[in-house]
Design a protein around this ligand. Sequence first.
Ligand SMILES: Cc1cc2nc3c(=O)[nH]c(=O)nc-3n(C[C@H](O)[C@H](O)[C@H](O)COP(=O)(O)OP(=O)(O)OC[C@H]3O[C@@H](n4cnc5c(N)ncnc54)[C@H](O)[C@@H]3O)c2cc1C
Length: 483
Amino acid sequence: MLSQSSECSKPRIGIIGGGVGGATIALKLSEQGANVVLFEKETSLVNGPPMCHLHAGGNLYREISDQQCIDLLKQSISTARLYRDAIDYRPTVIAVPIDDNGRTEDVIARLNILQQEYRQLIADDPCNQVLGPAAEYFTQYDRQALEALKTQPTPKVPKTPDQWMIAFAKNTDLNQLKYPVCLVQEYGISVFRLAAIASLTLEKSDNCQVLTQTQVISVNQNKQNHKWTIEASVADKNQTFEVDYLINACGFRTGTIDDMVGLQPKRMVEFKAAYISHWARHENNWPEIIFHGTRGTKNGMTQLTPYPNGYFQIHAMTPDVTLFEDGLVSSALTSAQPQLPNKFMAKVNHQWEPAIINSRTTKAIDKVATFIPSFSDATVGGPPMYGAQQIPGVDASLRVADVAFEDKTYARCEIVKASSALPAANTIIEHLIEQGILVDTDTPDTGNVMTVDLAEEEVSARAESLALARNFPKEMAALTNSL
Ligand SMILES: Cc1cc2nc3c(=O)[nH]c(=O)nc-3n(C[C@H](O)[C@H](O)[C@H](O)COP(=O)(O)OP(=O)(O)OC[C@H]3O[C@@H](n4cnc5c(N)ncnc54)[C@H](O)[C@@H]3O)c2cc1C
């Protein structure tokens, strides 16, 4: 637990951007007693690009280092502890197609490393066991085992690894895969449920002022005392706020605030989209399924994410489904903000032509059907889930980053994956203590008291209303085994 520094009687911390980064930082700072003001230009929190996969091990990204996978595992475990009711506790199948140049030996070698790390994390703190027992972190299936599972009845609510694999074994063209296929305890994370938890918690906090529909239009630092003046547009009127410490958590628009501050870090921004389908003949709960592939080619990785009642979200890392030509841009010498072409900014601002939604969703369904033939009768199930994602630096494959400091009172949240939001918050707290803005009173951090106090029904009701308000089926706010 922290106390405000006695040097500055009531220091105030301004956070610009109420995505998962800014909202999580606000949550941790206000939970620890800081005085926070959170500015979000949209009508609700965590309303930016989507998230569906917790990445507890980074097994979707074979191109990243073992160390990034280990970092994602650790960050995901703390995230699952903070946002317990946002986690969809169902496993993920990792399959390597026969015509892909990936090796199943490499998948298993990495899973062994991750399993060992997970075992150690549980030994360090038994509360880290949020992905089931370490011994069951992953299970391998050879062709014979999958053929045997095909003869079993499909359970509506699967519980064991074998039960989760039955629908996969029955419906997938097993001739198209290399063996073994792995089932790993990488879970889902619901953007609507996380938004609900963050919003409900911050609404109950006396320490955080949440200002939605409030767009920051300028920031200026007093060079003598390092404090900041923020000008924001609220209901077409401009208001001024003074803060002692500024956190830029604007997601892919982080560069716009860097430009106001006069900073020029290099970064990239990538526009991507996932598609919602409905598979009427689906009759049971599914695991998430990954068919590996080479990013950016027509055989790019395919990801099928299940929701209750036959809804499935699809990513395919091909140029005509999730990726877009010219969708990855870098910052220029004159501005820290990479400029996405207007056609993508229109999409970010919800202007999608229905014909494009239909054609991209249909291509996504066709891509899944190359592996699961019966999926070809799935239909468009809702609007796409899309957005622009920032990637700090110049390595487009980077998946783990959290926060950078440019001044004693300026922090920039630069997460690529949702699970990095909590490490970003913790690092900012350390920086605030180092700068003498907050004082560490050495009281042990009991952790996440406010989020775990929320009732599950309260989270579900808010998540459902957020999904409906954003024009998604209510099932997208529910957990796989809950309906
Ligand atoms: C298609 C797609 C799928 C993804 N899937 C996953 C996944 O499965 N798992 C995962 O972990 N991650 C996933 N991601 C990445 C994840 O969405 C991002 O990591 C995350 O949204 C970044 O959060 P953020 O808070 O940094 O930014 P954002 O969520 O973009 O939040 C920034 C906020 O700042 C606000 N803002 C900007 N400028 C201003 C201003 N001037 N004044 C006030 N407010 C402002 C914006 O309105 C926005 O709400 C995916 C991304 C995409 C594009």
